[in-house]
Unconditional design. Structure first.
Lengths: 210, 210
DNA sequence: CACCAATCTGAACGGCGTCAAGATAATCTT
DNA sequence: AAGATTATCTTGACGCCGTTCAGATTGGTG
């Protein structure tokens, strides 16, 4: 009957069918990448994983909880992308811009995942815990603190971090709109476009003048 | 055939049931305000308007087209809010900030409508035409141009406008997250919080230095 | 080996978007 | 004024969705 079509990414196959929680999250990401968020139904995920529509309910309370798990992986991936960008970026002025560019690129390259990440946050009226401890948000704040030489007040530091995060998110949501295609071309590519916008945002105007 | 079911808010009750297109859009907005975007099904809209589930299909190609009409009204309302804010704002430095605050407030006060507006845009990978001609986006650009004394290059002007728009949109999406509640309180209210973030964004850093 | 709890299936419920066929009523033609 | 036409609305159906529940299956434990 069941012909072992499991991905079996890990060696742990604890129970009856295999590590289904894992398999479901992976199936969901596969569907997201190939067919987009609109096609991401619980039944489709179960189908993709080769189980019945009711099976997921033994691992997740409901569809939202499965999406939470997907979003969690998304934030981890974003963390990794920002860490990498920060490592590579030259010190000084444009380190923050590089971080911003990396953020927007992540969103552009994983649009469906990015969407799920924020949809889940919106449902809870809160960004994930993950961000605060040593995650993406914290990296942005550290980069800003570094840049200001550690002299910024806690409140200013927080405001600047929020400002930067909002700018990045806003740009990430706009980047794929057709209207901006001519401007991108005029500037010689997407990276130049992004850097241009971030320069205009001048997220350090206030910190620098202090 | 049908000549673009125009708004015709006037006295025209053209057909059998009344001006159903209008009634449907109004029903949709009512549902949005009271029960949120998740409850906005075509069937619910038809129910609210007192017609059968299939009736809307004589006025809109599908659900998406009905939402487009709702979004269209949303953008018009946003235009109005920004016009009002621009009229009231003091000249000079913080005129742009006032515009930003008005934008974010609109999103906070009409969260479901704001969501529909951007969801429709995303489906088409484009912001609505409406914005370009004499709408909200144009107002932002004009305000920026004014501020820079008309000396900014077309490209810089466009980049600055995009930057400001993205910042506003990003902040609008974040404003309701619980994490920021303590900071809002520390600053003595939401308006102070918003102005604080916008100051840090310093959207004129580049234009001013030129 | 027998039992238990965890895991999965199958069938069902109500709600959804959408469509085709028919009923109804306003408009147009003559 | 009467019939034809056209736009409008209803009824009923289809397939998909999220979710639940009773029952089958199976791995681990005593």
């Amino acid at each position: 009957m069941s012909e072992m079509t499991q991905t079996a990414t890990t060696d742990a196959r604890p129970y009856h069918h295999g590590d289904l929680s894992r398999a479901l999250v992976e199936a969901a990401r596969r569907i997201l990448e190939t067919d987009g968020p609109a096609a991401l139904s619980l039944r489709a995920v179960a189908r993709e994983a080769g189980v019945s529509p009711a099976a997921p309910y033994h691992h997740f309370k409901d569809k939202g909880e499965l999406l939470d798990a997907v979003a969690h992986e998304g934030w981890a991936a974003l963390d990794a992308a920002l860490t990498e960008a920060r490592r590579k970026a030259a010190d000084g002025k444009d380190r923050m811009t590089s971080l911003g560019v990396a953020y927007v690129r992540f969103a552009r390259d994983n649009p469906a995942l990015y969407r799920v990440m924020y949809d889940c946050s919106r449902d809870k009226d809160a960004l994930p815990e993950q961000m605060k401890e040593e995650g993406a948000y914290c990296q942005v704040r550290n980069t800003i603190d570094e840049r200001s030489g550690g002299t910024a007040s806690p409140i200013d530091l927080e405001l600047a971090t929020i400002a930067a995060w909002c700018a990045g998110h806003g740009l990430a949501e706009m980047i794929s709109f057709k209207q901006f295609a001519p401007l991108k071309e005029a500037l010689g590519g997407e990276e130049a476009f992004l850097r241009g916008v971030f320069e205009h945002l001048g997220m350090f105007a206030k910190l620098d003048q202090a």
